[in-house]
Design a protein around this ligand. Structure first.
Ligand code: PMP
Length: 425
């Protein structure tokens, strides 16, 4: 497989964009592949190599690349205008589409990214409760803003900057870290900061250290402890919303948070974020209440129309088919690595999966750090040569979409077998 054109574009882009990329999670050595198109489960790079894609843009593309229904909705809106700086009816339809599936969200505000969604959700929690501190999980990733870039997952972990330079210590002083899946640690944190915790923010299924599932009753425990301490529970469902089920992880696990953040899938591939809650909590948001939040591109017609179209499509799919495909992938990878006697744990849920190169279940950030992440990068490189594109890090989640097929998965399992036997034994 040649990648000469990607290589030369990388040389050019490195002079213009730090690391040659617009977001660090896309970078890998010796150079990333530059993608020119995508359709269904496939992407094609500038050297005309085709890959079965499991990165799926890090989550938004649950309906595959270049979905026809979404593309037509966007094209139609494009001809009517892309931005008005005034309300449009699309925002109402979009909000209805989301609220219909998330009973915990009576009102919402659309923003342009998941980062903004969690930033404003935290400000809202602080404004509403009048308390300063937040509790965050080690390895949790909620976007790249100051108060949550502490022991962060995703690219921050991959590139070894879980605590970013440039963030004053004052900005993270009110962020308390606890390990995921440890209710005692949360209770301790509440005890030692009595009356000061505005909210606990967590991904209900961690996705940015690879997929880590909540232990039985852990999310319910978080719900109880936050209620007892008069503090809010924020579920960051930027990955899990409309993925685990239409109503996200909160429906799947039957735990109702106070504030929810959404993103990725609900933009149908266009920039999006949402934070939402009960009408009472949302009434704290400007212009009704004192918590300020604003955005030029918030609720923009293109993202709204793509999001509405995506949700309409998702209302028609059978999630159990999609989730079975995820299960097929997980069992196939487990079989391959077991046959080759390679220490591994395959984790995930629904359409999320990852193979961790470690021998014990990954239940939190510390467990994730036991993985052979260098070995994973060898696996990643080998898979690329076999036409399989997974996210370039041990600490990310791979996704199947409704566009993937069981034959994609069997081809992928064969590729894992070949590459694992060559580079990991
Ligand atoms: N929260 C979670 C759980 C995420 O996975 C991400 C992005 N990977 C974000 C927030 C930030 O979203 P965005 O990249 O759209 O800013």
């Amino acid at each position: 497989m040649t990648s000469e054109r990607s290589k030369s574009l990388y040389e050019k882009s490195s002079a213009l964009l730090p690391g040659g990329v617009s977001s660090p999670v896309r970078a890998f050595k010796p150079y990333p592949r530059f993608i020119k198109s995508g359709k269904g489960s496939r992407i094609i790079d500038v050297d005309d190599n085709e890959y079965i894609d499991y990165c799926m843009a890090f989550g938004p593309l649950i309906l595959g690349h270049s979905n026809d229904v979404i593309s037509s909705a966007v094209a139609e809106q494009l001809s009517k205008g892309t931005l008005f700086g005034a309300p449009s009816e699309l925002e109402i339809e979009f909000a209805e589409s989301v609220c219909r599936h998330f009973p915990s969200i009576e009102m919402l505000r659309p923003v342009s990214t998941g980062t903004e969604a969690t930033m404003h959700a935290i400000r809202l929690a602080r404004g509403y409760t009048g308390k300063k501190k937040i509790i965050k999980m080690e390895g949790g990733f909620h976007g790249a803003h100051d108060s949550v870039l502490v022991k962060a997952g995703s690219g921050a972990l991959t590139h070894s900057v879980p605590n970013s330079a440039g963030i004053p210590e004052e900005s993270t002083r009110n962020t308390i870290l606890v390990p995921f899946n440890d209710l005692n640690a949360i209770e301790e944190a509440f005890k030692s900061n009595r009356g000061e915790i505005a909210a606990v923010i967590t991904e209900p299924v961690m996705g940015n250290t690879g997929p880590i599932l909540p232990k039985k009753d852990y999310l319910k425990g978080l719900r109880e402890v936050t209620i007892t301490n008069d503090s809010l529970l924020i579920f960051d469902e930027v990955i899990t919303g409309f993925r685990l089920s239409l109503g996200g992880a909160q429906e799947y696990y039957n735990v109702k948070p106070d504030i929810t953040t959404l993103g990725k899938i609900i933009g149908g591939g266009l920039p999006i974020g949402v934070f939402g809650a009960s009408s009472e909590i949302m009434s704290s948001i400007s212009p009704v209440g004192p918590v300020y939040q604003a955005g030029t591109f918030a609720g923009n017609p293109l993202s709204m129309s793509a999001g509405i179209a995506a949700i309409k499509c998702l209302e028609k799919i059978n999630y159990s088919d999609l989730n079975s495909l995820g299960e097929l992938m997980r069992t196939s990878l487990d079989k391959v690595a077991s046959e080759l006697n390679i220490p591994h744990v395959v984790q995930g849920i629904g359409s999320m999966f990852q193979i961790f190169l470690t021998s014990k279940p990954v239940e939190n950030y510390a467990d994730a750090l036991t993985c052979d992440s260098a070995g994973f990068m060898k696996l990643f490189q080998g898979l690329l040569d076999e036409g399989i594109y997974v996210p370039p890090s041990q600490y990310e989640t791979s996704f199947v979409s409704t566009a993937h097929t069981s034959s994609d998965i069997s081809r992928t399992a064969d590729a894992f077998f070949k590459v694992m036997s060559e580079v990991l034994r």
